[in-house]
Ligand binder design. Sequence first.
Ligand code: PA5
Length: 424
Amino acid sequence: MVTVDLSGASKFFTGAGPDYAAAAHAHQVLSEGSGLGNDFIGWLGLPRRMKETELPAILEAAKTIRARSQALVVIGIGGSYLGARGAIELLKPIPGKNDPRVFFVGNGLSADALCDTIELLGDKDFDVNVISKSGTTLEPAASFRIFRELLAKKYGDKADEHIFATTDAKRGVLKSLADAHGWPSFVVPDDVGGRFSVLSAVGLLPMAVAGIDVERVINAAIEEFEALDLRSPENPAWQYAAARQNLSNKGFGIEILGCYEPSFRFMAEWWKQLYGESEGKDGKGIFPASVEFTADLHSMGQFIQQGPRTLMETIVRFDKSRNAYPFPFEEANADGLNYIAGRDMAEVCNIAADAVREAHVSGGVPNMVVRVPARNEEGFAAMVCFFELACALSGYMSGVNPFDQPGVEAYKKNMFRMLGKPGA
Ligand code: PA5
């Protein structure tokens, strides 16, 4: 389980501190399904459901793809993309010898990015996993048409064998296409919104193709959600949700999520979507931003230390580093670095992180630390369960429906009208 350290935030709390009674109430409402958006809380039991239903078929599909292709093109956007990318970059930043490369397309409308991916794909054998719950989202739908054409050129009448669809169980254009063409399909469950879907086939198939042990992920997530059912202020999800709500009430309206592992970058993107889309509504919300340390200390560090005091920061720290690299001793010491000689780089990084925390807290930035045991399958599962539960609790505590996203329709209406979509 992750643990949360609020000692760098406590002096900034308002009133009596984090409101654990409100966290308890939010947890109760969530678990009994009596809160806003209660038809979208299926993510809580998702790991067990996956184990009992689609997991074997996902593993089988991944085996097929890994055996015959050097690449998987994953087509999806938002919740249909960020979790898988976050997981793969975190756990498999360098593909193994037998791991297909995973390319992500359909997450924007850039012609250049599309052409760059096609160029990188070259003449590799590839499969496509198209992921869209609605099946109507423009970005993935447009890319999918293009990649169907590329598959047809490469594989002729065998093209359909290279397509895997992840979509609604019964409805939508993609489901109809999959049925008509006989593509193997996986389900985005009705009661799970996109941004809470990483532990469904949405995330698991691309992760399994990349060589991540998704059985380990699912087993760990089952245990994690059980552990997080704890009804006590000892629950790290209560601690995080209640602390950020308290700080937000005090005027800290922006939360930056930071990590000292560059491979965490897309996990932070996943977190931004999770919290931004769940909480930013009805004129409420904490603006989620992210930083990569130590790199951003040399760009954003100045603002964090001395800009407007509206920032709180949450730092994800992994207890164990995957690698050790003792810093070399040099007799001449011309660069003056012998004071760190013999120390491991991970130790140097940890000391830097402690120093940054002290500086930011003394500069007026409340600091919360989320400690994750290791950068592995279990650590990933622990983070996902923790951040999802805390997000739902935090949303309920602020009085919003954390499971809808009515605001994202506004730009779509304009775009479809301007593009001349019939009926728009
Ligand atoms: O969290 C969400 O619901 C959104 O981010 C969706 O995942 C995103 O808009 C993609 O939607 P769809 O899967 O229907 O293509």
